[in-house]
Design a protein around this ligand. Structure first.
Ligand SMILES: *Cc1c(COP(=O)(O)O)cnc(C)c1O
Length: 377
């Protein structure tokens, strides 16, 4: 096939792309404040960027369209269903555009099960949770957090309405402090309120993989009481484009009405056409890196975070960290340091996140900058 673009490719276009490449390389060198692994190499998949890949419809039913990656998508779902201890033969899931879509899907499924339910989530939950609550037209009830960013279960208990079913969003790795809500404690709280009709969604976008693989078990998965669990693919795993994975119980998904359509595959997801590249990226990551590799990569990040915390404190800079987190909270550094390292800031606090790919050298340079800024003050 002759390409549509080739005939028009000229020196100006090449130059524009080269300067964009230079800009990205420059920004990569000081990337420390956003939870995305950057050290991936998907070059063996480059040939597949030359194909139109569309996973429209249900991952388990091929559409009429032949150019898709559903075989790979099903393997990705099986990997995460197993990691999150979903019921072996009665789970369902798909690869989404990211965890915001995962949260929408989970809340959609939960609302179909309990249309009268209120949705409880902590104030540290991701902003897509209240947004999706609004989209679905259900009633949301924000719950306070403890200092660490973990849900305040006493406040949850006080806010639960025992007359109504409850949908709870547990965040496993909050966006600011990487706090983890405890699904077992949430279940106990529901039971002490006398609520037996409930649905718990574990939003594990950032931390789900390494929490599941970690030595000390933190309760958050299906066996612990979650009814759905999600992760983002572009965060801990690392992926060139945003994506996510949502796992639910099959019976919950079957409560949804898939619209009749002409594609040959049931319309059981949120969007119509779906990205066919991202399942291939995720499949490649789980096939090459796998469970052991993910665990090792998390441990490197945890060691770096512990090291960064100790050195910030040695400088006399106020800082803290949740147990096993890759995130280190610190009083917002002086503006030039915060700007250089692209640090998010809220209420006078910032964080660095020791994602896979962050090196000891990068931490050293950051600590040097902090030391210099500190002595200038
Ligand atoms: C990042 C994040 C999200 C949103 O994920 P996207 O993939 O950016 O849509 C949702 N929840 C949590 C806990 C997150 O960390």
């Amino acid at each position: 096939m002759t390409s549509a673009q080739g005939a028009f490719f000229d020196a100006a276009t090449a130059e524009r792309l080269q300067s964009f490449n230079d800009l990205l390389t420059h920004d990569y060198a000081t990337f420390l404040g956003f939870p995305a692994a950057l050290d991936f190499d998907y070059s063996p998949l480059i040939p597949f960027t030359q194909y139109f890949l569309n996973n429209i419809g249900d991952p388990y039913v091929n559409a009429f369209l032949g150019t898709h990656t559903k075989t790979f998508e099903r393997e990705v779902i099986a990997f995460f269903a197993d990691l999150f201890r979903a019921p072996k033969d009665s789970h369902w899931g798909y690869v989404t555009n990211g965890s915001s879509e995962c949260n929408l899907y989970a809340l959609y499924v939960a609302r179909q099960k309990y249309p009268q339910a209120q949705v409880y989530y902590s104030v540290a939950a991701h902003y897509s949770v209240p947004k999706n609550v609004h989209l679905l037209g259900v009633r949301g009830v924000p719950v306070a957090t403890q200092q660490s960013g973990e849900m305040d279960y006493d406040d949850l208990r006080a806010k639960l309405d025992p007359a109504l079913p409850a949908i709870i969003v547990a965040t496993i790795g909050t966006t600011m402090t990487e706090a983890k809500d405890n699904v077992a404690t949430i279940k106990d709280t529901l039971s002490s309120a006398g609520i037996s009709d409930f649905f718990i969604h574990a939003d594990a976008a950032l931390a789900g993989i390494y929490v599941a693989l970690g030595e000390s078990h933190h309760p958050f998965d299906f066996v612990d009481g979650a009814d759905s669990v999600n992760i983002s693919g572009h965060k801990f795993i690392g992926c060139p484009t945003p994506c996510g994975v949502i796992i639910v119980r099959k019976e919950d998904k079957e409560r949804l009405q898939a619209a009749n359509n002409y594609t040959g595959s049931p319309d059981s997801t949120i969007t119509g056409s779906r990205n066919g590249q991202t399942p291939l990226f995720l499949w490649y990551a789980i096939t090459t890196v796998g469970r052991e590799g993910f665990l090792r990569r998390a441990q490197v990040g945890q060691r770096l975070a512990a090291d960064a915390l100790a050195r910030l404190r040695a400088l006399g800079w106020e800082a803290w960290r949740n147990p096993d987190a890759l995130t280190v909270m610190l009083k917002t550094p002086p503006a030039p340091v915060a700007k250089k390292w692209q640090l998010a800031t809220a209420d006078g606090w910032s964080h660095i996140i020791c994602m896979p790919g962050v090196t000891q050298e990068k931490i050293n340079e950051f600590i040097e900058d902090m030391g210099a800024a500190n002595s200038d003050e």
